[in-house]
Design a binder for this molecule. Structure first.
Ligand code: CO8
Length: 256
């Protein structure tokens, strides 16, 4: 994984896109490296995975434009589908994910960030889906995830104008959950600790229920919530959480 670093800091797996000279652009190899890194993280005991970009300029400036020209139709479809599937793994990944947007997040970079459970950004971060300027449209999930995150009208305006969204606007419209002050990774880890202290089963079930809300009718969503809520009640963590409340002591969750 030459263009990607997978490291561990405390309870966090950190995936660093590491092509700073190309503003961490997503080469096809880098997308394959992300898939391999997710395989490794999936079987680890990390409690959250944090994505970031090497250097101080970019999270990721999108797909590597130099590789996009001259693809055959079938190669185009194959690589787009692989990228979509790789990012979509984050929807049901056993641990939550956070995109630490430390500079530019354009195109495929923005799409990777949008697939994460949460996005947090440094004050200098700039985001967008500028594919329209290349005569293209987003292909790694941007047309589907951005409207689910910020609503159809805002997503259409951002995709059809290709404009840049500054960190402050991204926070205002709910695209990022927090602006990181001070050391970005320290601040991102502090953000992630607001949920890594809880049991992974409940975190996964909550995530699944909320993602269903964007995909189903209210009736179907409520049914799904009832089922997932019933599952949550079956966990040892739920017994522990409710017992701890009654005993007036902190809960000790064991992820079971
Ligand atoms: N791909 C390849 N190289 C890039 C990319 C990129 N996306 N972005 C930047 N670079 C390279 C530049 O070519 C340059 O390299 P070099 O020094 O060798 O010339 C280096 O990074 C630094 O970039 P700049 O000199 O341009 O830096 P600036 O600070 O002037 O500008 C920007 C920074 C604004 C980020 C600018 O580089 C830019 O606009 N980049 C392109 C952003 C973009 O359009 N991204 C969308 C790409 S399309 C996409 O992501 C579609 C996803 C789905 C595809 C499905 C695939 C099958």
């Amino acid at each position: 994984m030459a263009d990607l670093e997978l490291t561990r800091r405390e309870e966090f797996a950190i995936i660093t896109l590491n092509r700073p000279k190309a503003l961490n652009a997503l080469s096809f190899q880098l997308v394959r490296d992300i898939a391999a890194a997710l395989d490794e993280v999936e079987t680890s005991d990390a409690r959250a995975v944090l994505f970031t970009g090497a250097g101080d300029r970019a999270f990721c400036a999108g797909a590597d434009i130099k590789e996009l020209t001259g693809l055959t139709l079938s190669n185009q479809k194959r690589t787009t589908t692989f990228g979509q599937r790789t990012f979509a793994r984050l929807d049901s990944f056993p641990i939550p994910s956070v995109a630490v947007i430390n500079g530019y997040a354009f195109g495929g970079g923005m799409e990777l960030a949008s697939a994460c459970t949460f996005r947090v950004a440094t004050p200098n971060a700039k985001m967008g889906l500028p594919e329209i300027k290349l005569g293209l449209i987003p292909g790694y999930g941007g047309t589907q995830r951005l409207p689910r995150l910020i609503g159809q009208a805002r997503a259409l305006e951002i995709i059809m104008s290709g404009r840049t969204v500054e960190a402050s606007e991204a926070e205002r419209i709910g695209l990022v959950s927090a602006i990181l002050e001070g050391d970005a990774m320290d601040a991102a880890m502090a953000f992630a600790r607001t949920f890594t202290c809880y049991g992974l089963p409940a975190l996964s079930l909550a995530r699944e229920a909320v993602l269903r809300a964007g995909e189903t009718s209210l009736d179907e969503g409520l049914n799904a919530e009832a089922d997932l809520n019933t599952l949550a009640f079956q966990t040892e963590d739920a017994k522990e959480g409710m017992a701890a409340f009654t005993d007036k002591r902190p809960a000790v969750f064991k992820d079971v």
